[in-house]
Design a protein around this ligand. Structure first.
Ligand SMILES: C[S@@+](CC[C@H](N)C(=O)[O-])C[C@H]1O[C@@H](n2cnc3c(N)ncnc32)[C@H](O)[C@@H]1O
Length: 324
């Protein structure tokens, strides 16, 4: 029997739910009553867990309903699920849902002030636990891995033309996989013999075969890091985050709150570097927040999560005029 759930249910357990919802909520509570109606942007709606909690909290502040939660996701399944989950909020005008990459969300927001922003990066449990999307080798599915199934290049197509050196670099950079060169050589060798794996389990077996025998069946599955790397590449995940930092962060209103939950050191580094600018941001915590033992026990995905929070400062001091 299939373990896929019905379209309106999610398997995703939101991580660091209360600290994120509280942080964004406090930003709205601090606004003056006559503040221009604005938005709280959920860049990564996923299962809708963070947004649901935030909406519950916002309902407690009289007048807060003029500020709406604008949720985006590039996964059409996530959009479909959330339109069902939040049908009441949508019809009450407390929420908007848009199908797009968060790098494109600024166009949708237009001139509305952004009072809060959340990006909970990476994939949802709905994606990783899907039997058909190709994110996991626990199921045998076509090599796709696109979050947006309606655009972009599926993994099978990318693998059919990538060079060995680019493939090795991707596996090394995004997966920190020490056998990256051997894995790339093996995949390209199979391709040149017309034996390219056509599904996730075939690819996982090919990756496993380059590992020394004693590492093939112990600890983390040998394909785990490579699958993560390929997913990051196929979905241009770092480019998306760079665009959000460059184009989205500056659009947050003074006092606007930004919460970024990341699962990869390269993502966390980008956010950390940006938040270092103390002319632009006030940081409630110097170090990233992480899930406590109780949360990790309940939800193992939370183990590697790092949450960075920042509050946008009123304005940046003007750059000193250079003397001519
Ligand atoms: C970790 S889940 C978010 C879970 C959500 N916070 C919750 O509580 O249910 C990440 C979601 O973000 C989406 N996503 C990832 N990168 C994206 C991007 N660049 N633009 C839009 N959506 C993205 C994925 O499709 C996925 O549904």
């Amino acid at each position: 029997m299939s373990s896929e759930k019905t379209p309106e249910t999610t398997r995703h357990i939101p991580i660091l739910l209360e600290p994120i919802a509280d942080f964004l909520f406090e930003g709205i509570r601090a606004l003056p009553e006559d503040a221009t109606p604005g938005v709280i942007l959920d860049c990564t709606l996923g299962g809708g867990g963070h947004t649901a909690r935030l909406l519950e909290k916002l309902a407690l502040i009289p007048g807060a309903e003029k500020h709406l939660v604008l949720g985006v996701d590039r996964d059409p399944d996530a959009i479909g699920r959330n339109k069902i989950r939040f049908k009441n909020e949508l019809s009450a005008g407390r929420m908007e849902i848009h199908h797009c990459a968060f790098s494109e969300s600024m166009k949708i927001i237009g001139s509305r002030p952004i009072y809060g922003m959340l990006a909970d990066l990476g994939v949802s449990s709905d994606q990783i636990d899907s039997e058909t999307r190709g994110f996991s080798f626990r199921f045998n599915s076509p090599l796709d891995m696109r979050m947006n199934t309606g655009s972009g290049e599926p993994l099978s197509s990318w693998l059919s033309q990538v060079s060995e050196s680019v493939l090795a670099d991707v596996i090394w950079k995004y997966g920190e996989e020490r056998f990256s060169r051997k894995i790339a050589r093996r995949i390209i060798d199979l391709r040149s013999r017309g034996e390219m794996p056509k599904d996730t389990q075939g690819l996982a077996d090919a990756i496993r075969s380059v590992f020394p025998p004693k590492l093939r069946h112990q600890g983390l599955h040998p394909a785990t890091r490579t699958f993560q790397a390929l997913r990051i590449e196929i979905n241009e995940e770092l480019k998306e985050l760079e665009t959000l930092i460059r184009e989205g962060f500056p659009k947050t209103a003074p006092g606007g709150r930004i919460a970024i939950l990341s699962f990869h050191s390269l993502e966390d580094r980008l956010v950390k570097e940006e938040f270092r600018n103390r002319d632009r941001y006030e940081l409630p915590f110097k170090k990233p927040l992480q899930a406590d033992e109780a949360e990790v026990t309940m939800n193992s995905r939370s183990r590697s999560a790092k949450l960075r929070l920042a509050i946008r400062k009123a304005s940046e001091p003007e750059a000193p005029q250079s003397r001519s």
